[in-house]
Write a protein that binds this ligand. Structure first.
Ligand SMILES: *Cc1c(COP(=O)(O)O)cnc(C)c1O
Length: 228
């Protein structure tokens, strides 16, 4: 029989706790974000009623629309985890509690310009862990320069680094590179202690590498509906 949403949530949390224990880490220091892309806003309502307080989306328009459709949930944190076009920076900033995909100066400037008078926005610097420069993320050797720039943006707070393990590479190796980028950033920006890494298929390796924020989709939601 198909597991219910509550069962899938309990199961992933037990697996996260196991992985944390194996890595001698306290599971309470790890934020599990439920990635709800392609699912209806109703799923966010259901997750909220099960105690979920962190949800993630990867497409700007869907993110903004869904945030508008979800019933009042003042303590729900909305994480934007996908590629972000500069022309969507304003609407995403208005809807987001955290942006995981800041990967270039122009996007930092667009988010900053949209932030006048707003509370500071927590951001991760997304690092491209592939050797394809066309993929999202700043090159590892450029992440500290990007951090320096973002630190000059009064309404943005650099909290850490984010990455997606490339297909075909051992996730542990990719996450070790990401962790090294995070350490580089902290030599100048000691507050950047977060690391967003790990999805359904590789969260245990991410926890072992020091991830503080996991982005878990299908293990919680079940298979994603076809893209609209
Ligand atoms: C969809 C998505 C996830 C979740 O992926 P699953 O494999 O379903 O857990 C995590 N991070 C990003 C950036 C995504 O787009």
């Amino acid at each position: 029989m198909e597991a219910t949403l509550a069962e899938r949530l309990a199961s992933i949390d037990a697996r996260i706790a196991d992985a944390a224990r194996d890595a001698a880490r306290d599971p309470a220091t790890i934020c599990r974000i439920a990635v709800t892309k392609f699912h209806p806003a109703r799923l966010v309502d259901d997750l909220y009623s099960l105690g979920v307080r962190d949800v993630g989306e990867s497409r700007a328009q869907e993110f903004v629309d869904k945030r508008g459709q979800v019933a009042a949930a003042p303590d729900l944190r909305w994480h934007f985890v996908g590629q972000l076009q500069t022309n969507k920076a304003r609407v995403v900033r208005e809807a987001a509690s955290v942006v995981h995909s800041l990967d270039r100066v122009r996007l930092a400037n667009a988010l900053e310009a949209a932030g006048e008078g707003a509370d500071p926005l927590d951001v991760f610097l997304q690092v491209n862990l592939t050797d394809d420069p066309g993929r999202g993320g700043v090159a590892p050797e450029e992440v500290t320069a990007l951090a320096d720039h973002v630190a000059t943006c009064a309404t943005l707070r650099v909290r850490g680094v984010m990455g997606v393990a490339p297909l075909g590479e051992e996730p542990a190796r990719a996450f070790a590179r990401l962790a090294a980028c995070g350490a580089d950033v902290r030599t100048v920006h000691p507050g950047a202690t977060w690391m967003s890494a790990g999805m359904t298929g590789d969260f245990a390796e991410a926890i072992a590498a020091g991830a503080t924020h996991l982005r878990i989709g299908t293990a919680i939601t079940g298979p994603r509906p076809a893209r609209g």
